[in-house]
Design a protein around this ligand. Structure first.
Ligand code: SF4
Length: 75
């Protein structure tokens, strides 16, 4: 399984995560920030538990995010 963690408040809405992993990210029209689809909020973080097929694209999102607020880990 894969855990993706997003510190959403610091998102600058660049859209890179959505471009590389549209299965797990979408842009929120209301505030222009990215959201993890199905993510659960824990304090300032949103956490998504997903399947291994979303690992590579979310590692790419983690590497591309210009403000480094995505953490992707396998567990
Ligand atoms: S790549 Fe980072 S800053 Fe850009 S939209 Fe996604 S979470 Fe926000």
């Amino acid at each position: 399984m894969v855990r993706v963690i997003h510190q959403r408040e610091k998102c600058i809405g660049c859209n890179y995560c959505v471009e590389v992993s549209p299965a797990t990210w979408r842009m929120d029209d209301k505030d222009g920030k990215a959201s993890l689809i199905g993510g659960k909020q824990k304090k300032e973080f949103f956490i998504l538990i997903t399947t291994d097929d979303n690992l590579d694209t979310n590692i790419e999102a983690m590497d591309l995010c210009p403000v480094k607020i995505i953490k992707t880990e396998k567990f």
